[in-house]
Ligand binder design. Structure first.
Ligand SMILES: C[S@@+](CC[C@H](N)C(=O)[O-])C[C@H]1O[C@@H](n2cnc3c(N)ncnc32)[C@H](O)[C@@H]1O
Length: 261
């Protein structure tokens, strides 16, 4: 597992999936993937890659491991409380119909959480909620909308009862009235162009392995994609240090606003 092996592995991964590991924190990624290679009893990154590439399911779980899909409904409930009681009402004053992007949505818990909150705040308004992720397999799970008890543990019991039906095997299926509110699409935040005119962009727990440059580029891209007055909502440990340089102002901790001019 030398540098040449690692470089060829990166090239092959990029050619097959569009994932460019130069834009991720390399030592951490190399260690993570190295652990996988060792566990599989393989001698090199490339041999491991070639092996998992032969089987669709193995390859899917490799990408899942690489991208870390852990998520849950109302993750950090105190932050979603601020979203519900302060940020969304403020945005709804700017525009009665909101255009929202959950970028790096994983299993869909995040966009469905936003849909639930909006359904309660504005029952008769059809907002747009776009949810995207790099990982097609996880998007398929998001579209199915079936969750474990653990993935909805932070939810209030009345909401659990209202928005899910229980499946015969003890899981929780999100109701069609919420499911139909989300538009899912595959999108690589480090490669693909960004849509414009969002009132709210939610990007939480996605950047953990991104380089500082990649993060900067993405946060600048989000800035350009927000309408004036729009908000970027980031993860509970992901304060943006140079937010002023990009042009944002701080709205609340972990919520950044594009000035209204
Ligand atoms: C830990 S999950 C976060 C899910 C949700 N936002 C939350 O906070 O619970 C991180 C997600 O980011 C996605 N991701 C990683 N790199 C990405 C990229 N370059 N473009 C789009 N999504 C990416 C992964 O596939 C994964 O589903």
């Amino acid at each position: 597992m030398d540098d040449k092996d690692w470089d060829l592995f990166k090239q092959k991964l990029n050619a097959k999936t569009g994932i460019d590991l130069h834009l991720y924190k390399e030592p951490q990624m190399r260690r993570r993937i190295g652990n996988l290679v060792t566990r599989a009893d393989m001698k090199s990154f490339v041999a491991y890659f070639d092996k998992v590439s032969q089987n669709k399911e193995d390859f899917a779980s490799f990408i899942e491991y690489l991208t870390i899909n852990v998520s849950e409904f109302f993750r950090n409930p105190d932050k979603f409380d601020i979203l519900e009681k302060d940020v969304l009402p403020m945005l709804l004053k700017q525009s009665p119909k909101l255009n929202i992007w959950s970028a790096g949505c994983s299993i869909g818990a995040e966009p469905y959480t936003i849909a639930i909150i909006l359904k309660e705040l504005t029952p008769n308004v059809k907002h747009r909620i776009l949810a995207s992720d790099l990982d097609v397999e996880i998007l398929a799970k998001a579209k199915k909308g079936i969750y474990t008890d653990n993935e909805i543990k932070a939810m209030r019991p009345d909401r659990k009862a209202k928005y899910f039906t229980q499946t015969p095997d003890g899981k929780f299926a999100i109701k069609p009235e919420i499911k139909s509110l989300i538009e899912f699409k595959q999108h690589n935040l480090l490669k693909d162009p960004y849509e414009k005119n969002f009132n709210l962009i939610v990007n939480r727990n996605v950047v953990i392995y991104f380089t500082e440059d990649a993060k900067n580029q993405m946060y600048t891209g989000f800035f350009n994609s927000l309408v004036p007055g729009g908000i970027l909502f980031v993860g509970a440990t992901e304060a943006i240090l140079n937010y002023k340089k990009i042009g944002y102002q701080s709205y609340k901790a972990f919520f950044y606003q594009k000035p209204d001019k």
